[in-house]
Design a protein around this ligand. Structure first.
Ligand code: SAM
Length: 268
């Protein structure tokens, strides 16, 4: 599995080129794009297309080459294969057949966006593309809106404004980053509240983009009385005090020891 540049050709690593030069067969998402890329590095090899609509059948072709003892490389149009790109079925089937799979590292849009943004990079959640259908996109956002981690989305330029508005409506007015045209001449990081990003003239947001949004930073405000009421309810169900404290700490996003002490104190 070979990562390819997301913009700047210099992201193609010497290791990737060495492997591509020595490999028996190259499978790729779009043969025109991959051949054009390989030509820039003076690599002339036959490429087979393996993409979403033929991933299962072409995987069988890969397996037949592997059975003959050949080596096969797979690369998508940009970044890592398998990350919002084809490749997952291939890897699963190849592993199931008992062959080894390895990754030749390189560029990836989500990580390049994250590490140079102001968003928290200790904990993050990659969602990729939201569904084009608004109702489905809202459903998916509702499921992840309480996550504390930085949320990362891929988006196409023609949908960026619509998606920013959707994010604002479902997640609230959080701090966010648009990372645009990464590694290219016009690379740009635009940061601000989602409401501010929604105000940007859509015609200026061209090229490829990653959207990063702060996780949910709202503290659930809960009083001692509410904690004790919930604790009594759980204790009546014969759940151990230690476990009750843990459950309540999770439910109300409060410190476990604080809850435990409160229960013990109240029981005296
Ligand atoms: N496999 C790729 C990876 O590892 O990042 C992702 C491929 S996905 C089909 C394409 C999406 O990745 C774009 O719509 C955009 O959201 C993001 N992307 C790719 N290249 C980018 C770039 N140079 N700058 C910003 N975003 C990029």
């Amino acid at each position: 599995m070979i990562a390819t540049p997301i913009g700047n050709l210099k992201e193609m690593t010497p290791y990737a080129l060495e492997v591509l030069n020595s490999i028996n067969y190259i499978f790729c998402e779009d043969t025109r794009n991959t051949k054009a890329l390989l030509l820039k590095f003076d690599i002339h090899k036959e490429c087979f297309s393996l993409r979403e609509h033929n991933e299962t059948s072409m995987t069988n072709k890969v397996l037949s080459f592997l059975e003959e003892g050949k080596n096969v490389a797979y690369m998508s149009d940009a970044g890592y294969p398998g990350i919002s790109d084809p490749g997952k079925i291939l890897v699963k089937k190849v592993r199931e057949a008992g062959y080894s799979v390895t990754t030749i590292s390189g560029s990836n849009a989500m990580l390049s966006a994250l590490v140079s943004s102001s968003r928290d990079s200790d904990h993050f959640y990659f969602h990729g593309f939201l569904p084009a259908q608004e109702g489905k996109a809202i459903e998916e956002l509702e499921l992840i809106k309480d996550k504390k981690e930085t949320l990362i989305f891929y988006e196409a330029p023609h949908r960026i404004n619509k998606t920013l508005k959707l994010l604002l409506n479902v997640l609230g007015d959080r701090e966010a980053t648009i990372a645009r045209e990464l590694t290219k001449l016009n690379e740009e990081f635009i940061e601000g509240k989602l409401s501010e990003l929604c105000e940007i003239d859509g015609s200026t947001l061209i090229g490829e983009m990653v959207i990063l949004v702060d996780g949910n930073k709202e503290e659930i405000k809960v009083g001692d009385e509410e904690i004790i009421e919930r604790a009594n309810y759980l204790l009546d169900k014969n759940i151990r005090t230690k476990d009750v404290a843990e459950i309540i700490a999770y439910e109300f996003k409060v410190n476990k020891n604080y809850v435990y002490d409160l229960i013990i104190h109240h029981q005296k």
